[in-house]
Design a protein around this ligand. Structure first.
Ligand code: NAD
Length: 380
C-alpha cells in the first residue's frame, strides 16, 4: 500500500513535468508562499508580475502573498475577478487582457494565477495570447487546482456551446501548491477536489485507491497525508502529460467520468449552488464504473467499491443526487453528445476493467449510453 514515505517530514516535494523545452517543476508543501515569491524572483529576475486572483481568495490570502513578493523584490499589480465559473467568459477574458495591458505586462514579465481552476484557466488563456504569449506561474489555492487544473497547460474559457471550448495549450513556467492554503477552503469545495484525487487511483493506481480508502479523512484534516495525496496526483498527471501533452492519446484517460460530469454541469447551468465541477466528476466516476459493469467490462464489486468510497466521503455518486434533478434521459444524452469528446456523433468514453484499469473506448454506441442512463434514472 502506498505510504507517504519521504513525505512525512513536511518538507517541500518537487515533482518535475518533463516536457522538451517547456518542462517545469511543481513544488508541494505547507506554507510555501514566501518560498514561492523567492522562486519567482530567482526564476525571472527583474520581471514585474500581475497577480490575478478572485475576490474571495484575495480577501483571504493575497495580502500575505503580496508581502512575500514585495520582500523578494517582485513588483506586482493585483487584478481581481469575481469568483465562480461565470468568470470563464469572453467578457471577463477581454477585461483581463485589457487589465494586463494596462498593468504594462511585457513579454519578459510574469502573470501569476493565484486561485482555483477558474482563475488558473482564465489567466492561463490570457497569458497564452497576451502579446502572443507571456510566461505564467500557477499558485493553485483549491485542492482541485492543486491536483489537476494547474498542471498540464490546458487553459480556456466556456462558450454557450459548452465548457472549455475556447482555449489554448500554454504550459505554466512554475507551479507552487501550498497545501496550507487549503485550510480555508470550504468542506464542500475540498471534497469536490478530492474526487479528482480519487480519479488518479481509478485510472491507473489501485494501491493509491486502497490508500485513499484508509486515509481520506487525514487528507481533509491536513498534514503529511494531504501533501502525499497532492504529490501522487501531480506525479500521475505529470507522467500522462509528458507522454501526451496535446491529448492525442493517453491524456484522454484524465477525462474519466468527465463526459457525464460536463453534461451534468451544463444541465445545472454551471450553478455552483446546485453542483460544482468536482461533485459532477464524483457522479461521473461512479457512472463510468457502473457503465463499465453494465458492458461486462468491470466487476460489480469494483463498481460498488467506487460508489461506496464516494458515499463515505460525502460526495454524490448517483444522478438522483443532483439538486433539482439531473434531467430526463434525452436531456442527459443530448448534453453528453455536445461534449467536445464526441467525434462524428460517436461517443468516446473512458471505461474501466477494474479499479486502476481504465482505458479509452472510442465508438461507444449512443443506444448503449441511452439505455444505461435510463436504467440509472429508474434505479431506486
Ligand atoms: P474555483 O476556481 O471556482 O474555486 C472554487 C471556490 O473556492 C471559489 O469560490 C473560490 O473563490 C474559492 N476558493 C479558492 N481558493 C480558496 C481558498 N484557498 N480558500 C477558500 N476559498 C477558496 O473552482 P475549482 O474547483 O478550483 O476549479 C474548477 C475549474 O477548473 C472549472 O472551470 C474546470 O473546468 C477547471 N478545470 C480545468 C482543468 C485543466 O486542466 N485546465 C482541469 C480540471 C478542472
Amino acid at each position: 500500500m502506498t505510504k507517504p514515505a519521504n513525505e512525512k517530514s513536511g518538507a517541500r516535494i518537487v515533482v518535475p513535468v518533463a516536457l522538451e523545452g517547456r518542462g517545469y517543476d511543481i513544488h508541494i508543501g505547507r506554507h510555501q508562499l514566501c518560498e514561492a515569491a523567492s522562486l519567482i524572483a530567482s526564476f525571472a529576475p527583474g520581471a514585474k508580475a500581475a497577480l490575478v486572483t478572485d475576490e474571495h481568495v484575495a480577501g483571504l490570502h493575497a495580502p500575505a502573498f503580496e508581502t512575500c513578493l514585495q520582500q523578494a523584490g517582485v513588483a506586482t499589480t493585483r487584478i481581481e475577478i469575481p469568483p465562480g465559473e461565470a468568470s470563464k467568459s469572453y467578457a471577463r477574458f477581454a477585461a483581463l487582457c485589457d487589465a494586463l495591458l494596462a498593468a504594462k505586462i511585457e513579454r519578459n514579465d510574469l502573470v501569476i494565477a493565484f486561485g482555483g481552476g477558474v482563475v488558473g484557466d482564465l489567466t492561463g488563456f490570457a497569458a497564452a495570447v497576451l502579446r502572443r504569449g507571456v510566461r505564467f506561474v500557477q499558485i493553485p489555492t483549491t485542492l482541485l487546482s492543486q491536483v489537476d487544473s494547474s498542471v498540464g497547460g490546458k487553459t480556456g474559457i466556456n462558450s454557450s456551446h459548452g465548457k472549455n471550448l475556447i482555449g489554448a495549450f500554454h504550459q505554466p513556467a512554475l507551479v507552487i501548491a501550498d497545501t496550507a492554503l487549503l485550510d480555508t477552503l470550504s468542506e464542500r469545495e475540498f471534497k469536490a477536489g478530492y474526487a479528482e484525487v480519487v480519479k488518479y487511483g481509478l485510472i491507473g493506481d489501485p494501491n493509491f485507491f486502497d490508500w485513499c480508502e484508509v486515509n481520506w479523512s487525514r487528507i481533509i484534516a491536513g498534514g503529511p497525508e494531504r501533501d502525499h495525496a497532492v504529490a501522487v496526483s501531480c506525479r500521475a498527471k505529470a507522467a500522462i502529460v509528458a507522454r501526451d501533452e496535446r491529448e492525442e492519446g493517453d491524456r484522454a484517460l484524465l477525462n474519466l467520468g468527465h463526459t457525464f460530469a460536463h453534461a451534468l454541469e451544463r444541465l445545472t447551468g454551471y450553478d455552483a449552488s446546485r453542483l460544482v465541477h468536482g461533485e459532477a466528476v464524483a457522479i461521473g466516476l461512479a457512472l463510468a464504473f457502473r457503465f463499465s459493469q453494465r458492458l461486462g467490462l468491470c466487476s460489480g464489486q469494483d463498481a460498488g467499491r467506487v460508489a461506496a468510497h464516494l458515499d463515505a466521503v460525502g460526495l454524490p455518486s448517483r444522478l438522483q443526487q443532483v439538486p433539482g434533478g439531473a434531467g430526463s434521459t434525452e436531456e442527459i444524452v443530448a448534453a453528453m453528445t455536445q461534449d467536445k469528446k464526441v467525434k462524428r456523433g460517436v461517443l468516446t468514453f473512458i471505461l474501466a476493467r477494474g479499479i486502476g484499469k481504465s482505458f479509452i473506448a472510442p465508438g461507444v454506441a449512443a443506444d448503449e449510453v441511452r439505455d444505461f442512463i435510463e436504467a440509472e434514472l429508474a434505479a431506486a
